[in-house]
Design a protein around this ligand. Structure first.
Ligand code: BMA
Length: 815
């Protein structure tokens, strides 16, 4: 029906009868079977998918995400596997002059056979492969067979590195400090037939040549693969209206045709916290007088965007300029959402990226040990106005530099840069994660000869200083950054130049206060772990109640000092609970406290500092990790508190030598006027001191707006409340463990609403870090918040549940 309607619309549009002759696409996702290479029995398989999912489906392995099962399934990655399917080509396809078979992603080293005849070897999960079926006799029924080598294939590479670096696939699957070792093989992306007669469009590059308020000049490079010389037309449509028709002299072979057009009074694309992320729908239809031969469209956001990295009085800047405005980047590092990519649904992408926007994040870094993400990820980032810092997929290692490897990397980079270049959200291509820091600082050079070291560094430069920047330059207009971070924290310049990974806290066990004393220019990683919510813990253990001392939980903590560090830091700031449920709650508060201290110190340092991306947004399996959202999508305390610290208008107070200094950080692009209201109260609501002042906070700035001296006040029992327009902040003068929080009842009233429940809370005393929880699946509009004495607060709980009898309320007061 929809097809019919669009054909009808086109008929009306062209005012003549145009039939559609676009290439025919037939997905090959059915009839798949698999077996290990030494087995004789074939079993049904899902495509796209991977070997673990298929084995799990047939109950040959146990769920590796629960208990200690991960270790039981390691044999899977040591085996060779074969997949096959029988496919039929219908008459229409068979009648076409050109028939090709496309693989969007094979993981990884495989041999492809059609009807028993060898076709192709593959060795890069990040590239696509095409086989022309033109010269192969294609019967109506055909067998496609793919033989995969073991995922853990030991490579006989010339340089002695970790095994993973020799195979171009997701590196985290070999095990990471937040992820299991579940190294997959399989057909992980679409497989399809494409059939056509005269031509197909390969690609369109919609390039913005010039952008002003009155005009955008756009150039479109349309790559066409044609099989005859012919005269055709291209119609250009913007937001479904035809703006131009050009004639094209199409020549045999792969060629690129350039079309220029303009958009008057263009609307710009903005990160969502600064404006509307407006997208133009731009479509190109290639046709002759009778029929449409192919069409391609792109959603295009018009904006200027560049990384500004230039020498200044401090060292070297690192910030992003969007539409000529320096933009403070707020967000997190993103890792793959599952060890098994086939389990990640569109819904997962939508939810996670909504969660990022809800937490006022305007940038995500797609970290280099994962994957180049699916199209939907970038489409949603475009739509939602989230900037993407895109790493190439290289992390924490030195990589080979032989000819074959370099050619493979070059093809991968070309493919990925071209694939993502139309996205308004792409802000940066970065070469790798911590490879340079590791080489210079982590002892990787130990025990190697001078020649060997020279060779390894030259190989590094070949990839990250030559091939990757060249590919980015040749195929896009995006900025390139060689390695994140620019300097390791052993180098004194780490604070004054480029981006930094601030792991003094956590890895080096420095206090959270170190975030305030040492603020780099752009913090592209800093993080702290916490336990996930009860749902995840109970799933790992397959139990009904929280137990964090099981072997299963231990096997889901991948950082060797993880538990010890959480405990050590908790002792510094909190009273350490003895029961597991409370411990989990405080671990989340601890993580949120540390990371928001970092975010706020970094934002106060604007414009010297221009970015805060914490480590890490999400999890790839149920685990104890640095994430702010757990494997099941539940927000930890950090996500709720980061949402406040990332607001466009933030009030933030810092203790200095003699004072408490209050700043207002205004990320919006207008000056903001208002009344600054300040008061200190005790935990029973008695006012100790108050003041107010009219102020103006400059656009896009961080401004010190008030200070009070450190007079002798009752630090354990007072809270400092600062309000400015709708913004509000609470500052405590003592560490949580030293606060004298009163015991007091929280009155609650629960009402059923259309989308769940509304929960009304009040108390006669200050209640710190109220945590609402229920076993019912749902989302609280706020959580881990403070409630002031005699104030009312209403929280919405969005859920499909019909009742809410098990609502639990925890506070720091009640521990
Ligand atoms: C950073 C990342 C990851 C790692 C994380 C936590 O350095 O780049 O490699 O998982 O730290 O240790």
């Amino acid at each position: 029906m929809r097809n019919l309607l669009s054909i009808l619309a086109l008929l009306i549009f062209f005012g003549c009868k145009l039939s559609e002759e676009k290439p025919i696409i037939q997905k090959l996702h059915t009839n798949w079977e698999f077996k290990s290479d030494h087995d004789s029995v074939w079993k049904s398989a899902s495509v796209p998918g991977n070997i673990f999912s298929d084995l799990l489906e047939h109950k040959i392995i146990e769920n590796p995400f629960i208990l200690n099962n991960e270790e039981k399934v390691q044999w899977v990655s040591d085996s060779s596997w074969v997949y096959k399917t029988i496919f039929q080509l219908n008459k229409e396809i068979l009648s076409k002059k050109h028939i090709e078979l496309n693989f969007e992603g094979l993981d990884t080293r495989a041999k492809i056979y059609i009807n028993g005849n060898y076709q192709l070897d593959t060795d890069n999960a990040f590239r696509n492969y095409t086989i022309s079926l033109k010269d192969i006799t294609i019967a109506k029924k055909n067998e496609l067979k793919i033989e995969f080598q073991p995922a853990n294939l030991i490579n006989d590479g010339v340089t002695p590195f970790e095994n993973r670096v020799y195979t171009r696939k997701a590196q985290f699957q070999y095990g990471w400090d937040w992820g299991p070792k579940l190294n997959t093989i399989g057909i992980w992306k679409d497989v399809y037939i494409k059939a056509y007669d005269i031509l197909k469009i390969e690609d369109v590059y919609v390039k913005q040549l010039h952008l002003s308020d009155s005009l955008a000049t756009i150039s479109a490079d349309i790559s066409i693969n044609a099989f005859e010389n012919t005269q055709l037309f291209v119609d250009v449509l913007i937001n479904n209206s035809k703006i131009a028709t050009h004639s094209l002299d199409i020549e045999f072979d792969k060629k690129t045709y350039n079309i220029l057009f303009g958009i008057n009074n263009p609307k710009r694309w903005w990160p969502h916290n600064l404006g509307e992320p407006y997208l133009y729908d731009i479509k190109f239809i290639i046709r002759n007088k009778k029929e449409i031969l192919d069409a391609i469209s792109a959603k295009k956001g018009l904006r200027t965007l560049e990384l500004i990295s230039e020498k200044d009085s401090i060292g070297e800047s690192f910030y992003f300029k969007v539409n000529d405005v320096p933009v403070y980047a707020k967000g997190a590092n993103y890792i793959p959402q599952n060890s098994f990519q086939n389990k990640v649904t569109d819904q997962h992408y939508k939810k996670l990226l909504n969660d990022a926007v809800d937490a006022n994040m305007n940038m995500l870094r797609v970290w280099g040990g994962g994957i180049y993400e699916n199209a939907i990820f970038y489409d949603l980032c475009d739509e939602k106005g989230i900037l993407v810092w895109q790493d190439f997929m290289f992390a924490c290692a030195m990589y080979p530099g032989d000819k074959e490897f370099l050619a493979n990397v070059k093809a991968e980079a070309k493919h990925q840069v071209k694939r993502l270049r139309n996205h308004a959200s792409i802000a940066l291509w970065a070469g790798n994660n911590e490879n340079a820091e590791g080489w210079k600082r982590w002892g990787w050079q130990n025990g190697r000869s001078e020649d060997e070291k020279k060779q390894i560094w030259n190989d590094y430069l070949a990839v990250f200083d030559t091939i990757l920047p060249n590919m980015v330059e040749e195929f896009s207009t995006t900025s390139y950054w060689e390695s994140s971070p620019k300097y390791g924290r052993g180098n004194p310049n780490y604070k004054t130049e480029g981006d930094a990974h601030d792991w003094w806290v956590w890895h080096d066990a420095y206090s959270f206060e170190h975030f305030e004393q040492n603020v780099p220019r752009f913090v592209s990683e800093f993080g702290f772990q916490s336990f996930p919510t009860a749902e995840v813990i109970n799933y790992i253990n397959q139990k009904d109640s929280i137990d964090i001392h099981t072997d299963a939980i231990k096997s889901h903590q991948k950082h060797s000092r993880g538990f010890q560090l959480i405990d050590e830091y908790m002792k510094r700031d909190y009273l350490v609970p003895t029961n597991d449920e409370d411990y989990v709650y405080v671990s989340q508060l601890l993580q949120a406290k540390g990371i928001t201290m970092g975010i706020e110190a970094q934002r106060r340092a604007k414009p010297t500092t221009m970015g805060s991306l914490f480590w890490q947004l999400n999890d790839c399996w149920p685990s104890i990790s640095w994430s702010s959202i757990d494997y099941f999508g539940n927000w930890k305390a950090l996500h709720y508190k980061a949402r406040k610290s990332f607001k466009n208008i933030l009030i933030s107070t810092e203790k200095t030598k003699y004072d408490y200094d209050t700043y207002i950080i205004n990320d919006s692009l207008v000056d903001v006027k208002g009344t600054l209201q300040l008061k200190i109260i005790d935990f029973y609501g008695k006012e100790i001191w108050s003041n107010s002042e009219e102020i103006i906070v400059k656009a896009n700035s961080s401004q010190k707006v008030y200070h009070i001296p450190q007079v002798d006040i009752y630090k354990a029992g007072y809270v400092y409340i600062i309000e400015f327009n709708k913004a509000k902040s609470f500052y405590y003068f003592a560490k949580p463990k030293d606060l004298k929080l009163p015991k007091g009842i929280i009155e609650k009233e629960i009402k059923k609403t259309k989308n769940g429940f509304s929960i009304n809370l009040q108390s006669t005393v200050l209640q710190k870090d109220i945590f609402l929880s229920s076993k019912k699946k749902g989302h609280f509009s706020d959580n881990f918040f403070d409630l002031l004495p005699n104030e009312e607060i209403t929280i919405e709980f969005k859920t499909d549940a019909k009742t809410l009898e098990d609502l639990k309320i925890k506070t720091l007061n009640s521990l």
